[in-house]
Design a protein around this ligand. Structure first.
Ligand code: GLU
Length: 421
């Protein structure tokens, strides 16, 4: 149970309210945008391998549809709850608006620890959940994607399930699919690539040589792991990473490729037991508090709070995860002069290439990876520059600047569409 102060939806509303206040939005737009447009809760049975039945609960929330179909991932996690999904859906609306792709925001989740399921159970769960939310999703209505604990295989099952219902293959109903069934080249690395571009742009702006930067990454999955790999390729020193099994530190710089190789061969895809010379095992709390230049939280919400913000020793925090920093921690960082590159900017690379995948699927015309990466880079760098310029112009934090840009775009769409009927 999260405390009210760490309730992600309250936090998302608080962030929106401050931006709406600065933008002086009309009352009707404020009231509309601070709550989700549609919420679906589903309870559904899954046949387990031992012959028993487990009834699971899941959600799909569409926060806003003013700028286009809803877009956002689906997570499988034991701590999912409706307020978390509401917050994540709202953050998707702002993220899509910030990078100016024609979507609203959505998110889905199932309360389950997928590590406890066999592959067949995972497939049955996924197909039944896809069927339950099929009343909401569709290529021009709401397009899911991967998120925490979901992957390409799960996206392929969802695409197949919807296609079986329709009687023909429907590629653009979901993104993050394997490349062989309508996925985009570059999608699996896109979020981590976007995060690494934020590091590069920050370093450029502050005249810092990438080879002098010590980086700590919390998380070693599709965001943290990829970002760590690309950052070492760029010449940075990634001194610590972590996953659910703990933190791993090497002041001289970790060999990320060897660690990724280890994880790929681990039965639960974890760093647990990673036997690499010179690597010290550390705790989760200790990892976040390591002295470094750049800290990249790339796991879950509420990692940087009033409890540890005073002990963070990074110059800049780049939010690979959604919602890793509470508003109290944000205020402490601002006071201490620690820059925060906010989630809706820093991790927007994933949904940006999801957009490319959707467009490619709709047109049945697939692009080369260099073109995907070049278009991603252009969008991310442009958004980074706009956020910095807005922060300077209005003398606000980068998070507030990102919100001012994103909320303005969504509010303008809501105002020009006006209220139906
Ligand atoms: N789950 C990712 C996010 O939080 C990607 C969403 C998408 O590609 O639609 O941005």
């Amino acid at each position: 149970m999260t405390s009210e102060r760490e309730n992600p939806f309250r936090i998302a509303q608080q962030q929106f309210d401050s931006a709406a206040e600065l933008l002086d939005l009309p009352q009707s737009v404020r009231a509309t945008l601070r709550v989700p447009q549609r919420e679906l809760t589903v309870s559904f049975p899954v046949a387990m391998d031992d012959g028993s039945t487990q009834v699971l609960t899941g959600y799909r929330v569409q926060h806003n549809l003013d700028r286009g179909p809803a877009k956002g991932g689906v997570r499988f996690h034991p701590q999912v709850d409706i307020d978390e999904v509401r917050a994540l859906a709202m953050w998707m609306t702002w993220k899509c608006a910030l990078v100016n792709i024609p979507y609203g925001g959505a998110k889905g989740g199932v309360i389950i620890d997928p590590a406890l399921l066999s592959p067949r159970e995972l497939e049955r769960l996924t197909r039944r959940f896809a069927t339950e939310i099929s009343v909401l999703i569709g290529p021009d209505r709401d397009i899911p994607a991967p998120d925490v604990n979901t992957n390409e295989q799960i996206m392929a099952w969802i695409m197949d399930t919807i296609s079986m219902h329709e009687g023909h293959t429907v590629l653009p109903v979901i993104t993050g699919k394997p490349v062989g069934v309508g996925g985009s080249l570059g999608r699996s690395e896109a979020t981590g690539r976007g995060v690494s571009l934020m590091v590069r742009e920050w370093a450029k702006r502050h005249a810092r040589d990438l080879r002098t930067l010590d980086i700590v990454v919390q998380g070693f999955g599709n965001v943290g792991g990829v970002a760590a790999k690309l950052l070492t390729e760029m010449g940075c020193r990634v001194i610590a990473v972590s996953d659910a099994s703990g933190g791993y530190l090497c002041q001289k710089g970790l060999r990320i490729d060897a660690m990724q190789h280890y994880v790929r061969n681990h039965p639960r895809r974890m760093l647990e037991g990673c036997p690499i010379d010179g690597v010290e095992q550390i705790g989760h709390a200790e990892l976040l508090e390591l002295p470094c230049d750049i800290l990249i939280p790339a796991a879950l919400e509420n990692q940087l709070t009033s409890k540890n913000a005073a002990r963070i020793h990074a110059s800049v925090i780049i939010e690979g995860a959604n919602g890793p920093t509470t508003p109290e921690a944000d205020a402490i960082f601002q006071e201490r002069g620690i820059t925060v590159i906010p989630d809706i900017l820093a991790n927007a690379g994933g949904v940006t290439v999801s957009y490319f995948e959707w467009v490619q699927g709709l047109q049945s015309f697939f692009w080369e990876e260099v073109d995907v990466n070049a278009k991603l880079e252009r969008i991310m760098v442009n958004a980074f520059q706009q956020v910095y310029a807005t922060a300077e112009e209005h003398q606000v934090s980068l998070r507030m600047a990102a919100y001012l840009l994103a909320v303005r775009r969504v509010a303008d769409a809501a105002i020009s569409r006006s209220i139906y009927p």
